[in-house]
Structures are given as C-alpha cells and as structure tokens.
Design a protein around this ligand. Structure first.
Ligand SMILES: Cc1ncc(C[n+]2csc(CCOP(=O)(O)OP(=O)(O)O)c2C)c(N)n1
Ligand code: SF4
Ligand SMILES: [Mg+2]
Length: 289
C-alpha cells in the first residue's frame, strides 16, 4: 500500500500547539505530503530541529526526531548523517534559530555540502519568545522588541547561501502547498545541502507579512525562463525589488558531498560497521600521557 501523509504523524504526542493559522501547519503538511509522495520509510528518516515554534515539529512526526538546542540543529543533523548516511536527514529551524544564533553552523554546513535538507520557517520574528524582530525583519519593522522599528537592515539568507557555496538554494511559501511539496521533494532528491527558506506567516506577532501579503507578491520562478545553473541569474533574482518575491529553485549544482569525502565511510555507514572485534589499545598508547 502506498504511504499517506498520515503515516508520518505521531498519534501518541497530541496535536501541534501552533496558533490557529500559523504557517508552520503548511510546512508540516507539505513535508508529510512530500515524504508520502516519495514513499520514504518513516523509520529511515531523522527530523532534527532547534528551538522555536516551528522547531517543536518532531514531537508530531512518526519519524525519528531530535529537538536540539537553539541554533544547533545543523551540527547534530550533520553528525546524524555521518553516523548513518543511509538515513534521510531533514533539519528544521526558524529564522532566528538558523540565521541568528545558528548563523555560524549555517555557513559551515553549506560550504561542507553536508547531504541534508534544511527547512527554515522564515517569519521575520522570534515567534516562541513573543515576537522580537529576527535577522530577516526589514529595517524599520516594528515588533515588541523594536517599538520604533528595527534599526538594522535585514539579511538575505539566499545571498548568504550563495556566498557560502550552498549547492541547492530555494525559497518556498507555506501558503502554497503544491509548490512547497515539490520543492521539498527536489531538496530531498538533491545530493548535497539543500536550503529551503520558507516564507511563513506568524499570524500572532507579524501583522504585515500575512497570507494576503505573500499571495500578492510571490510568483513561481520555474514559470519564468530562469536558469538554475547560473549563479549570476540566481543572484539577479535574489536581488529583485521587494514588491516581487520569487519562489522556487534559484540555484543548483552537483558537487562532492561531505560524507563521500571521508575515508572512514568506505565500508558503509559507521552505524552499520561491525565493532565486535575492534582493538583500540594502539589508540590508548598514542593518546595516553
Ligand atoms: C541559547 C538560547 N538563547 C535563547 C533562547 C530563547 N529562545 C527560544 S526560541 C527563540 C527564538 C525562536 O525564533 P525562531 O527561530 O525564529 O523560531 P519561531 O519561534 O519564530 O518559529 C529564543 C530566542 C534559547 N532557548 N536558548
Ligand atoms: S507565535 Fe507565530 S510562529 Fe509561533 S505558533 Fe503562533 S503564529 Fe506560529
Ligand atoms: Mg521565526
């Protein structure tokens, strides 16, 4: 029997506690639909998150799940993939988790080309901690922490990804499910680090970037003549004026992935190697003082 999105739902942990209308529901649904369409075995998927509203997602999935520390899902997801590179590893962050406290890990995971999918719910706020401006909040955006408007210009995660040598750079929208499902499937199929920044309304703390806003501004990049192999074309699209928000794959390239370049994995994943007769006395001799 083909799998359905329901097969990826954990029925023991209650229902998501997101505010009604939160964009996280769209991301959750799209991820489950993508996994069902690809018929992924839930026992072969690890969902690794940080801390935040969206990052609570692993509670409600039947896959393996790990909720780590704020900003730290990528080191744990990378380690998970290195220990068993036969797993499909999906990391899930909010914009504060990924582009604030987790920024260093974000850049290094991309340049390493760790073979992961990274879903980032980008709602321009720290939703869980009551709506402070995040690094993607635009200059002048008012929030509980910036009542007179944030003085800092926003960062663009896509341009950052390009300069960090990310091999798959995409933007989705939590209110466009068919599009997001396809994007997630493409990200899972990609061999390398797949960043999917997802425009995600926070209906409680950000009254500007709601569904109406994104409905009017987003358009499908793949319906234009965009060349996903051209860095120049991708950067041009990323820098389009703010009244247009392209969603889709901006850039994609094939290059060596992190785990393939480690000699330790020549005999298969570490987690599956026989360790019953491994002699480590030599190591003690070398490293004991
Ligand atoms: C080291 C550390 N600093 C701060 C916090 C408090 N904290 C928890 S979630 C969060 C922000 C989450 O924002 P984001 O990643 O954008 O996720 P969202 O809630 O918007 O989905 C913060 C600051 C924490 N848990 N740990
Ligand atoms: S505070 Fe915002 S991001 Fe968090 S659950 Fe509510 S709507 Fe979603
Ligand atoms: Mg956020």
């Amino acid at each position: 029997m083909p799998r359905t999105p329901q097969d990826y739902t954990d029925n023991t942990g209650g229902k998501p506690n997101w505010c009604p209308g939160c964009g996280d529901f769209g991301i959750e649904a799209a991820l489950k639909m993508a996994m069902a369409k690809m018929d992924l075995d839930p026992d072969n998927v690890a969902l690794v998150s940080g801390i935040g509203c969206g990052a609570n997602a692993p509670y409600w999935f039947s896959t393996y799940g790990l909720i780590t520390l704020h900003g730290r899902p990528l080191p744990v997801a990378t380690g998970t993939k290195l220990a068993n590179h036969e797993l499909d590893v999906i990391a899930w962050s909010g914009d504060g988790d990924a582009y604030g406290i987790g920024m260093g890990h974000f850049i290094h995971a991309m340049r390493r080309n760790a073979n992961l999918v990274y879903l980032v719910g980008n709602n321009t706020v720290y939703g869980l901690t009551k709506g402070q401006a995040s690094p993607t909040a635009e200059k002048g955006q008012k929030s509980p922490s910036t009542p007179f408007g944030t003085p800092d210009p926003n960062i663009d995660p896509l341009q950052l990804a390009m300069s960090s040598k990310c091999s798959f750079i995409a933007r989705g929208y939590a209110g466009n499910l068919p599009h997001l499902v396809n994007l997630i499937m493409e990200g899972i199929k990609h061999k390398g680090f797949a960043l999917i920044d997802i425009l995600q309304p926070c209906v409680t703390w950000d009254k500007i970037h709601g569904y109406d806003y994104y409905q009017q501004k987003t358009y499908d990049l793949q319906q234009s003549d965009h060349d996903i192999t051209s860095k120049k074309a991708a950067l041009k699209k990323m820098m389009e004026p703010a009244d247009k928000l392209p969603i889709g794959i901006f850039y994609k390239e094939e290059r060596g992935v992190y785990e393939d370049e480690q000699p330790q994995f020549e005999n298969g994943p570490l987690a599956k190697q026989d360790i019953t007769n491994v002699d480590i006395t030599k190591l003690f001799e070398i490293y004991s003082f």
